[in-house]
Design a protein around this ligand. Sequence first.
Ligand SMILES: Nc1ncnc2c1ncn2[C@@H]1O[C@H](COP(=O)(O)OP(=O)(O)OP(=O)(O)O)[C@@H](O)[C@H]1O
Length: 576
Amino acid sequence: MSTLLPIAGRREVARAARRLIAADRRPVIGMLAVTSLAALAGLGGPWLLGRVIDTVAAGGGVADVDRLALAVLLCAVAQTWLSRYALAAAYRFGERTAARIRETFLRRILDLPAAVVERVPAGDLAARGSTDVDTIANALRELMPPIFVGVMQMLFLIAAVVLLDPLLGILGVIGFSGIWFVTRWYLRRARDAYLLEGEATSRLADELAATTEGARTIEAFGLHERRFAAGHAALAETRRTRLATLALRSVFFPLAETSYAVPAVLVLVLGGLLHIDGRVSVGTVAAAVLYLRQLVGPLDSILIFIEQLQAGNASFARVEGISAVGAAPTTETRRPADERIEVRGVRYAYDQGRDVLHDVELTVRPGERLAVVGLSGAGKSTLGRLIAGVDRPTAGSVTVGGVPIADLPPDELRRHVVLVTQEHHVFRETLRGNLMVAAPDGELREALRTVGADWADDLDRDLGENPLDGAQAQQLALARVVLADPHTVILDEATALLDPTAARTAERALAAVLHSRTVIAIAHRLQTAHDADRVAVMDDGRIIELGTHDELVAAGGPYAALWNSWHGGDSVGVRR
Ligand SMILES: Nc1ncnc2c1ncn2[C@@H]1O[C@H](COP(=O)(O)OP(=O)(O)OP(=O)(O)O)[C@@H](O)[C@H]1O
């Protein structure tokens, strides 16, 4: 299985979170202000109730108690009203931030070099773009707002208890320290546990995607049992990791809930003793206990948040991890001096594996037709991808006009080299959009005419609703090449998947596209090599012969042997 994408470290995650808050600075300040006012209004109730108790104990009249009760009511109304605004502001912040994360994720994916996207497991990318982004959005939308309000309330409540009576306040805070230890124990374990859970989910998604995509192969080779076993193993791993996070939660929550009662009990006992000593009033003790009991609500939300935050945090680390993958270079690159392609001392290995190209040297002259032949696995397609700038060589250089091809920005690159393969994606949008170039309709139509796409009269045709057949999709791909107008076209099995009639149509279109361009054809038919200006013969990652067809036949080497055995049949493949 291919390696999963990287995961961002704690520091990068913290930096990214700060960036998101900074992006919304003014609303965040407004949110802080309204929340503080709401928390302040919340402090009035317990304090006034304490005063009610003291007033009654001191033999105060009904009118005094009524006034205090009215003040309690006003405080409650103000708190409710302000909390509503504070929550609404926090919800809006959560929604905006979730949208920002989605946009950034999408932009980063689109910025990734095609070669990277091809090689990362589709399931991992899909899980990060769906499950992880949803987990973060959910945390921001559903949990952040009440928690934010909760934290503010907590800070104000603690300050209020300390102001009321410093000794009782300190005792209350000490009483809550048990929760701190429990939470620390949990946090130390939770991030890794949730990361493992996320990774197992990615692998499961990957296994399922591989099984779905390879359904025909599985059927043809009777691989059901093997795929079932792979799926079962991935499922078992997912279950194991989920049970591990569940076990953490099962310890954390009961312990945390029990700890809530401790501060109130401590304050009641010590407050009672102090009152007997005549050092505090009953009202003050009652107000302090009420404050501490009020702390439970926000604290409870915060603990739930911390728990959910672990899942959100792990998801955020996975989403942020994408930024660590080498994005396409954006720095200024020199412009190629001409269209000469030079391959110098090139070695290449896929994913740190063994070298599949060894010290390849090749010069492709502008305007020439070069055929590359060789047995299957000789490295022809790999060389084609390097010359097209899809991959970078592990060592050596591949340049056009003296500039490394893989360094060229995409727009510049496609003016120089385009790789045409049998894979061409048709997007679910209009024909015009699918041509991927902002050009006048006349130019688009001309390109379609050049490749013989006589079916393409309606540029607004929705290709999602009215899909193209194989030959039409091929013509669309070739029209894109005409519009990109590259100097060099690399053909790799461009017509291999088409039926004979469609292939003939496509080849006619191809001839029109290739006219007056440099062509590097990865040739599976020796006739292509015969018609080319030069032929490069590859074997085991090396160019072992290079010359014209006649020269190579005369030389009596490997090409001559191939030619002599196959030239009788035009459509005979070069493959082993
Ligand atoms: N994506 C990949 N990951 C790992 N190894 C690869 C990958 N693509 C090709 N290879 C390996 O690189 C070597 C060269 O493959 P390449 O496809 O370039 O050969 P080729 O001559 O084009 O063969 P074919 O005619 O069958 O397409 C082979 O050993 C192949 O197994």
